[in-house]
Design a protein around this ligand. Structure first.
Ligand SMILES: *[C@@H]1O[C@H](CO)[C@@H](O)[C@H](O)[C@H]1NC(C)=O
Ligand SMILES: *[C@@H]1O[C@H](CO)[C@@H](O)[C@H](O)[C@H]1NC(C)=O
Ligand SMILES: *[C@@H]1O[C@H](CO)[C@@H](O)[C@H](O)[C@H]1NC(C)=O
Length: 438
């Protein structure tokens, strides 16, 4: 065990060590003192070309010891089978980094409700010892798996992984030859809602367009571009909730086409949502103060949130007030995004530390209209590619401790799901309470 290697064991540390040994949990976190400086190794899908990237932080001693990262196509430790299953290999000489590979993501997977690895595994090998490993992983039941530690928590206490503009994907889309000026600025994800949920995403951000003369009247849009019929989006969420015991937030945030602030059109949308979701919708009677335990006890597990105050008031037995989204409208580089997210977090904890209404940090760059017209930044894929590694590292670190909902573009190019699950375990497990807002 790593615990034992620590050099200066004073009394305090010895106590922790004892507790560690007892619970067999969190040893690394306590003993290095910085949970957030723990090593991280993970695979991502590059949004620009769907190729697999290798990402890592805090790998120890890469300058001193012979260090290699390997990708394999099954879970067998490559050291035990002479590297037979290795499809990619390279030498690491830095603690933090990212490496493109020549492997490509296959988006035709079928999913089931088993937490499992698929397609590719990754290993960090140092001096012929396997030190860290990971894989592409499905987390279809992560909330229910932690039910005992989440039961008294509110949504506001959790770290929930989310997607920005969740329904802005096209199935079968290959960015290497299909991208045009419209898709460059309208698609924000590579996989559908079902796949997002099976991977572990639990917050969905939706923008709705109303098309009066169409058979399908309501669509999930990105801005003025209509992308997926709303009925298809809702069906995927319902199917997922039927198959699991997970809780999902559906947040209706913007209404970019066909609404023109018309109360009537909103009423129509709410009627439609009610017809589709009333048997699934969490009862908003006590609002965002509801605990996950209450939700599980009552059985309905889709939280339908809506960003229009008077509509929410009128339908107070069906709709939750929307999640507060923290929008930087930042377009240039990670540094400005980081500055915005940190500053708004500080501002918020001054304003509303006792509010139970959740907030979502929108951890992506957003171009302005003129940048879109001139294609100044080369599209959302390129923009996401420039920040997602850094966003992941930031939430892996101390900034993750007080995160609530984090919504990203092209989430398969981040490790946000694994990070959220780890932080929730860290915060609520072991009888400790790190969950309160300081
Ligand atoms: C990827 O590159 C390695 C060499 O590093 C080669 O052995 C392998 O065949 C390549 N795989 C593909 C799918 O092109
Ligand atoms: C992708 O996966 C599907 C289903 O497993 C398989 O039939 C197909 O051949 C794969 N495609 C590629 C390019 O590997
Ligand atoms: C934080 O609050 C300060 C002072 O009110 C304000 O100037 C600043 O714009 C706010 N920053 C963010 C990101 O909300």
């Amino acid at each position: 065990m790593k615990c034992v290697r620590q050099k200066s064991i004073n009394f305090h540390l010895a106590t922790i060590l004892f507790l560690c040994a007892l619970t067999n949990k969190l040893c690394d976190g306590f003993l290095t003192d910085n949970f957030y400086s723990r090593p991280s190794l993970y695979l991502t899908v590059n949004p620009k070309n769907h190729q697999i990237d290798i990402n890592w932080f805090n790998l120890p001693d890469t300058k001193i010891l012979q260090s290699t990262i390997l990708i394999t196509t099954d879970s067998t430790n490559p050291l035990t089978n002479n590297y037979e299953n290795v499809v990619y290999e390279f030498i690491v000489d830095r603690a933090d980094g990212r490496q493109a590979t020549n492997l490509t993501k296959n988006f035709t997977n079928t999913f089931d409700i088993n937490t499992r690895c698929y397609d590719f595994w990754i290993f960090f090998i140092q001096n012929d010892q396997m030190k860290v490993q990971n894989c592409f992983q499905l987390h279809p039941t992560w909330m229910n798996d932690m039910k005992n530690i989440l039961i008294n928590r509110k949504v506001r206490d959790l770290f929930l992984p989310g997607t920005h503009d969740s329904a802005s994907y096209k199935r079968g889309f290959d960015p290497t030859y299909m991208d045009n000026l419209i898709t460059k600025y309208s698609l924000t994800q590579d996989d559908d809602i079902k796949s997002q949920l099976y991977h572990g995403i639990r917050y969905l951000d939706l923008r709705i367009g109303y098309y009066r003369s169409n058979d399908e009247k309501f669509w999930a849009n990105h801005g003025i571009t209509r992308i997926q019929p709303l009925s298809d989006v809702l069906k995927q969420v319902k199917d997922f909730v039927d198959a699991t015991n997970e809780i999902v937030i559906l947040d209706f945030q913007e209404f970019p086409v066909g609404f023109r602030n018309s109360f009537e059109t909103h009423q129509q949308l709410v009627m439609y949502l009610f017809q589709e979701l009333s048997n699934y919708a969490v009862d908003p009677a006590i609002g965002w103060d509801v605990t996950l335990g209450d939700i599980w006890y009552r059985g309905n597990r889709i939280i339908v949130a809506y960003d229009y105050h008077s509509i929410v008031q009128e339908h107070s037995t069906f709709l939750f007030p929307s999640v507060r989204q923290r929008w930087g409208k930042v377009k240039e580089g990670f540094a400005s995004l980081e500055k915005f997210l940190k500053e708004s977090r500080e501002n918020m904890s001054r304003e509303s530390q006792f509010f139970s209404r959740p907030y979502a940090e929108m951890a992506e760059l957003t171009p302005e209209a003129i940048d879109v017209i001139t294609n100044r930044y080369g599209g959302l894929r390129k923009m996401a590619d420039s920040v997602n590694w850094h966003v992941t590292r930031m939430y892996h670190g101390e900034f993750g401790r007080r995160a609530n909902i984090v919504a990203v573009d092209f989430y398969l190019a981040t490790n946000i799901i694994e990070i959220a699950i780890e932080w929730n375990k860290r915060k609520f497990d072991n009888g400790e309470n790190y969950g309160n807002i300081e």
